[in-house]
Design a protein around this ligand. Structure first.
Ligand code: ZN
Length: 118
């Protein structure tokens, strides 16, 4: 196994071997071996059939097979006799672009934006 040992997933410091375990040089975390240490959680696409994101929160979406940014919105008709809320996807930066509900199959939370160097 010559896989390079990754930096600490929590603080970014280098890793070290310590009594048969791999650990962080800076914070107090260890893994039983380098394979366990190197394992990282991959962001997962979530099926819209399984779970939906919070309303009006931009997320990554699979839109007709391509990655885009969208958010879930609800339409609340004003006439009570025909009241039926309906949900739809929209572009957070461009209202009314008319995506159909089945156009979006999966979503995942947006990654955290980089911090600007000051
Ligand atoms: Zn660390």
């Amino acid at each position: 196994m010559n896989e390079a040992i990754k930096p600490c997933p929590f603080c970014g410091a280098g890793a070290k071997w310590a009594t048969g375990r791999v650990g962080c040089k800076s914070c107090d975390i260890y893994a039983r071996d380098e394979r366990a240490w190197n394992r990282r959680a991959e962001p997962q696409w979530i099926s819209v059939d399984e779970r939906l994101p919070d309303d009006e929160t931009p997320v990554l979406i699979m839109l007709r097979g391509e990655i885009a940014i969208g958010e879930l919105r609800w339409e609340h008709p004003s006439h009570e006799e025909t009241y039926q809320a309906c949900r739809y996807w929209d572009n957070p930066h461009d209202d009314g672009q008319d995506w159909q509900w089945p156009d979006v199959t999966h979503w995942m939370p947006l990654p955290v934006a980089p911090t600007e160097p000051s």
